[in-house]
Design a protein around this ligand. Sequence first.
Ligand code: NAD
Ligand code: UDP
Length: 312
Amino acid sequence: MKKKILVTGGAGFVGSHLCERLLNDNHEVICVDNFFTGDKKNIIHLLNNPYFELIRHDVTMPYFIESDEIYNLACPASPIHYQFDAIQTVKTSVMGAINVLGLAKRTKAKVLQASTSEVYGNPIVHPQQETYWGNVNPIGIRSCYDEGKRCAETLFMDYHRMNQVKTKIIRIFNTYGPRMHPNDGRVVSNFIIQALRNHEITVYGDGSQTRSFQYVDDLIEGMICFMNTDDSFIGPVNIGNPGEFTILELAEKIIQLTGSSSRIVFNPLPQDDPLQRKPDITLAKTKLSWTPQVQLEEGLLKTIAYFKSIYF
Ligand code: NAD
Ligand code: UDP
């Protein structure tokens, strides 16, 4: 059945892949974005599709759009961008959630919140299960993002409990792939661009901190599987690739895959940078029959090919 689907933040990295996939699945897509970190280039190939609509709008302001389903992705995701205007980041998460939930309440749309592994903060429990409440600094430089996303989760649960809004919360772990913003400072894009230029690879700290990297296609599949589950399954559910790597291992792998002559340098570790992160995906496997398909090397090769084709 053709559905009308609203994607906030649809011109961003993840959002553009989601819009593309939903159109390919024969749905009608409305993309709302204020282009803070998104780019028209990410969706330019969709603009001629009569079932695609683009609306420039800031989600902190109310809006009214009829739809069957909403994916709420609007929010800068990289530390450089979400710290650029921390107050706007909080507003985007919190007022953005209130506006989208009010809309879902009125239109009876099902709404999925793109939450994050950052709600676990610097986790003491490893790997992270959805039942873990996290270890988050409420007053640090990452708090605008972490606490904004935590408050959004609270709002999603309360609108569900009080107003029977059909909500779903997904906790996304580090995702990479084509259309990542080249200047947003995230580790995969930074390292690939540095390696392709044969520049120094900037590892923060001693590089022993870990992350689990998920290729964007796996995330999109997980999001859609989750949206299509029964309304009674509201999550939160982790979506990520449990393969865990140190940042130093990632740097070495990218140097090897690009054939770069870059050398690794060590810079200070930013404040509150989580030391370890790895999703427990038992819930996603059980409830969504979903597992990630793309392993790190394969995903990195596709991402390297993208950056090469765009910038080199
Ligand atoms: P992104 O920055 O590429 O995309 C975010 C999009 O939201 C951009 O197009 C931006 O212009 C738009 N936006 C920001 N503020 C807005 C506002 N006030 N009104 C309207 N649009 C606004 O980031 P992404 O990596 O594509 O992330 C998408 C979502 O997934 C975010 O909510 C992010 O928190 C979540 N997430 C991403 C990751 C990841 O690794 N990429 C991990 C965890 C969670
Ligand atoms: N990082 C790094 N060099 C960089 C960019 C990031 O060593 O040029 C580290 C960063 O300190 C963190 C990890 O890589 O430990 C992942 O950073 P990213 O900003 O991609 O994601 P997040 O910290 O939000 O998981």
